[in-house]
Unconditional design. Structure first.
Length: 484
């Protein structure tokens, strides 16, 4: 969806279609892996905490297996993230050449945090059976912290493009840069909170969706119930926070990027009592197939039907975002899915409050199974709104896309190479965890024993599906290499 937005939102005079397509495809793919880099460690550590605290074999087994999947996704994400770092300079020389001293600072910090995250992913993965239980758990904390700080650093760069600050221009060149002001620009707090919550929702609901499918297929053991409940709870807690944050950000955009907000809400002219459009296609100045709620847009912006909402007629046509319908429908999709996930989480919370158990009916599990894909769609739609809605500016009211794009004619070739690469990475990202899952389900007793809980009391050797006879070997390794 991001790629489609970047392909279509073009300035025909400069024809940045290939560059926008390549950047959009790269970002649209990488952002999903970035969500796992930010949030999957927290999901894994929650399972491990339950396992250590309660001596729960199923929880510890989940944690160990999830850590292996996490390692695969971090490795693939490192490849796609490296590609992005090259694309910034190759595709957008007008941006990096003139403003690299400013926008490069948050990217540099992100590199540091990614190195820390990768190092501790290795420590965490290697530490099974080698560290005491709580020492191993604490070795995962830097992964969580680095993931959030790394996300904040990348988002700060994008926020700076929406709210440029902390630099001085003289004759078109940077003469001074305040890195703190660049990093903590006006948009950073809002975009960071929005993205981190989105990362936890995408990760939580995607992982929960996998186990929802297992539950629908009749695998009702504790292993699958925990595998669903832990990530679903994390995603569900973030859902209402995300809805509230989205409401706050919408008002921030209405004040700081009023033209973008006007396109998001189909506000053609500056007016009071502005209606809120749900759905609809904008053609020749009219909205078709949409439903309008009178004055509700003004109420959302200023808590009063008489609040003035600025329309896109406030700027010349050359400074208005293209593809009004795409931006508006992407915004509606993001909001609609956000409320869908909120209702789904509230449904389970209500059931738990009165029954103290998971809701395992098909009416609940089927939408839960698709909740992860829905969360990804909402996130991608949100980035379409953010990036296409800022057009034709690459740096808001400072630098046009047409001034930043590369004049190279070889971009279609690299675009084709990138599409092939991302097709391969997609197959790896999905295929390897599926192969691992099938092997875990079909493994022999001896193979499963090697995957069992690496530490803990004797109950930790119980099967995830129920108690079994403890193995003849002790649960702790002897320390010899062959025992590991």
């Amino acid at each position: 969806m991001v790629a489609v937005g970047h392909v279509l939102a073009v300035n025909l005079a400069v024809n940045p279609v290939p560059a926008r397509s390549q950047m959009g495809s790269s970002l649209g793919f990488h952002i999903i892996l970035a969500c796992f880099g930010v949030a999957f460690a927290a999901v894994t550590m929650t399972a491990e905490w339950i396992g250590i605290r309660r001596g729960d074999a199923a929880a510890l087994l989940l944690a160990r297996r999830w850590s292996k999947v996490m390692a695969v996704l971090v490795a693939v994400g490192a490849v796609s993230g490296t590609v992005l770092s090259y694309e910034m300079g190759l595709l957008w020389p007008g941006l990096m050449g003139r403003f690299g001293a400013a926008i490069g600072f948050p990217f540099s910090l992100e590199g540091i945090f990614f190195f820390l995250e990768a190092i501790f992913v290795g420590v965490y993965l290697y530490g099974w059976e080698r560290l005491p239980p709580w020492a191993h758990w604490w070795s995962g904390v830097p992964i969580v912290v680095s993931g959030v700080l790394g996300a904040m650093s990348v988002v700060a760069a994008n926020s700076w493009m929406n709210s440029p600050a902390g630099y001085t221009l003289s004759h078109g060149k940077l003469t001074s840069v305040n890195p703190v002001a660049v990093f903590f620009n006006a948009s950073t707090p809002y975009e960071t909170a929005h993205m981190v919550l989105a990362a936890y929702m995408v990760t939580g609901f995607l992982v929960a969706g996998v186990y929802a499918v297992g539950l629908l297929r009749g695998r009702r053991d504790r292993y699958h119930r925990l595998g669903f409940a832990i990530p679903f709870t994390i995603g569900g807690i973030c859902a209402p926070l995300q809805v509230m944050m989205g409401d706050i950000i919408a008002r921030f955009i209405a004040t700081n990027q009023p033209v973008k907000f006007a396109v998001m809400e189909y506000v053609t002219t500056t007016t009071r009592d502005a209606p809120e459009w749900i759905g609809g296609i904008f053609i020749n100045g009219k909205v078709y197939f949409g439903a309008a709620i009178p004055a509700f847009d003004s109420i959302l912006v200023g808590f009063s039907p008489h609040t003035k909402v600025i329309g896109w007629d406030s700027v010349p046509a050359s400074q208005r975002p293209p593809l009004v319908t795409l931006i508006h429908l992407s915004f509606d999709l993001m909001v609609g899915i956000g409320f869908f996930l909120l209702v789904l989480a509230a449904w389970q919370a209500w059931w738990w409050w009165f029954h103290r158990r998971l809701l395992l009916t098909p009416w609940f599990l089927v939408p839960s199974a698709v909740s992860g894909v829905a969360a990804v769609a909402a996130m991608e739609a949100g980035w379409v709104v953010t990036e296409v809605g800022r057009q034709p500016w690459i740096i808001y009211r400072v630098l046009l896309v047409s001034q930043a794009v590369t004049p190279s004619t070889g971009v279609p070739i690299t675009l084709g190479v990138m599409l092939v690469l991302y097709a391969i990475l997609t197959a790896v990202s999905i295929g390897v965890p599926m192969i691992m899952s099938r092997r875990w389900r079909r493994g022999t007793a001896a193979e499963e024993e090697s995957e069992q809980v690496p530490y803990g009391p004797s109950p930790a050797w119980a099967s995830p599906t129920g108690p079994t006879t403890p193995p003849a070997v002790p649960p702790r390794s002897s320390g010899r290499p062959e025992a590991r």
